[in-house]
Design a protein around this ligand. Structure first.
Ligand code: FAD
Length: 457
């Protein structure tokens, strides 16, 4: 970008809303891509040229109008906690940092939050709880990450055992999106049309308003339960997870020695034990402890949950935080994102163990799928040997009916959550014909001038 283009953008928004300091631009061009030893070297040197921080939808539209006219790439960014380089600009240009658009406009009486994309999920959870509601699901990065970034790049997390992921059960009611066209349009996507934009990595429109359905607030308790064998830990967590009589928000199983790496809560995780972390309704805590004892477990922690600001916060060790603690312990760890077949999960895990031994360690998270069945998803730890070996493991999973959303690729299609009905791709053709939004991340897109009838369809 030229100096005069940067000055032009400054003139559209306030001076203090455009960042050019190289170290800050670099920081705001990065996310948690380094979780992947494959992506780390590939993305290390990629960055934007300037960061713009719009304060409202009109400023977003003005920036997009200018960038369209000057063919400048624009990459949306929330808190930058995504894992696959989703928010890393591959072709420079503007990093559109939406964190200053962080208003919670309303929580309706039937529990729908209307907010801007930069609102932090943790702040929304806090406000919702004050009004008798809570998030249906959230990532373990809840305190830092933004609602818009979660919709743009996330999938589910704590709460998904009861409410499914972001794609399910009409959790995302509607989105307002700004398009990348000569005259940007402000489009409302409601109902099924939200899927055009969800988990599209900001490649087909900038989300500027969100209607997110909440769940009635529950008084929660946290429990950590230790088991002598992985089989006993898994059986117990599965039993609680699939049984509708338990009101729960988290059901996580860690094969030993994973919990040994959780240094701040080592006192709750006896060395070498297989651990289960759970969030259940407070009035079910005693029953949970008894069920755990009957299953051969020992509750090392069982207390009321006091909120995101109070330690110990067991969700800080679940979902992809598990991988973070493991990497802190030993940089040779990385991970996969899997979905086991609920009817074959034990056989599938045995098969992977036989083939890969301790190169794979099982970390399971139960989630409700779109048909309402609770199934064992997993974010297993993997000891990284080489990209070839990682691909061998992924191929082995897939050949044996284990779904893999590959976290070691930097494009939507290979990441495993690209919609097969191609609605995200079609929205890109409608809203970003020149392919300037987060370019390089949606591989099946070809700019219109060169697109064939086949690709546009
Ligand atoms: P960013 O990383 O800033 O952006 C994510 C993507 O969304 C990017 O492609 C960006 O371009 C796009 N985007 C951002 N804002 C907009 C917008 N307004 N309009 C259009 N596109 C936009 N994810 C889960 O789903 N579940 C988990 O449990 C989970 N656990 C995690 C644990 C750790 C330790 C880490 C590092 C990551 C984890 N993640 C998880 C990934 C990530 O934290 C979440 O998906 C998070 O919600 C992303 O929000 P963000 O604000 O950081 O988004």
């Amino acid at each position: 970008m030229t100096r005069s283009q940067i000055e032009d953008i400054k003139s559209m928004v306030g001076d203090d809303q455009v960042i050019t300091t190289p170290s800050t631009v670099e920081r705001l061009s990065k996310d948690f891509y380094w979780y992947s030893p494959v992506l780390k070297p590939a993305l290390e040197n990629r960055r934007g040229e300037v960061v713009a921080q719009p304060l409202n939808t009109n400023e977003v539209a003005a920036i997009l109008r200018y960038c369209y006219a000057h063919e400048i790439p624009v990459t949306a960014r929330g808190a930058g906690t995504g894992n696959y380089g989703q928010a890393i600009p591959l072709q420079g240009g503007v990093v559109l940092d939406l964190t200053r658009m962080d208003k919670l406009e309303q929580i309706t009486s039937d529990g729908v939050a209307l907010c801007e994309p930069g609102l932090r999920l943790g702040a929304l959870e806090g406000k919702a709880r004050e009004q008798g509601w809570e998030l249906r699901c959230y990532p373990s990065t809840v305190v830092k990450s933004s609602v818009g970034g979660f919709l743009g790049g996330g999938s589910g997390g704590i709460g998904s055992v009861a409410h499914g992921g972001l794609r399910d059960f009409d959790t995302v009611r509607a989105l307002q999106v700004v398009t990348m066209e000569p005259e940007p349009r402000i489009q409302l996507h409601e109902g099924q049309a939200v899927h055009d934009i969800l988990h599209a990595w900001g490649t087909n429109g900038i989300i500027t308003k969100i209607w997110l359905a909440l769940a009635p607030k529950v008084e929660w308790a946290q429990a950590a339960i230790a088991f002598e064998t992985f089989e006993a830990a898994f059986d117990f967590s599965e039993r609680v997870a699939v049984d509708d009589d338990w009101t729960k928000r988290l059901a996580t199983t860690f094969e030993a020695p994973i919990a040994d790496y959780f240094s701040p809560v080592r006192a709750l995780c006896p060395l070498g034990k297989h651990m289960v972390f759970m969030l259940v309704a407070l009035d079910q805590l005693q029953a949970l402890k008894q069920t755990a004892i009957q299953a051969g477990g020992t509750a090392t922690y069982a207390e009321p949950y006091r909120g995101l600001k109070f330690a110990p916060l067991l969700s800080d060790y679940a979902w992809n935080h598990t991988t973070l603690w493991a990497i802190k312990h030993d940089a040779a760890y990385t991970y996969l994102q899997c979905g086991f077949d609920p009817d074959r999960v034990r056989e599938q895990m045995a098969l992977l163990r036989n083939r890969f031994g301790q190169e794979i360690l099982f970390h399971l998270e139960f989630i409700k799928n779109s048909e309402g069945r609770v199934i064992p998803a997993a974010i297993p730890l993997v000891r990284f040997v080489s990209a070839e070996r990682l691909n061998e493991m992924i191929a082995c999973c897939r050949a044996n009916g284990v779904f893999v959303a590959n976290p070691h690729v930097n494009n939507l299609e290979d990441g495993g959550r690209f919609r097969e009905d191609h609605v995200q791709l079609q929205a890109k053709y409608r809203y970003d014909p020149k392919g300037l939004l987060n370019p390089g991340k949606m591989l099946s897109f070809t700019p219109k001038e060169t697109a064939t009838e086949e690709t546009v369809r």
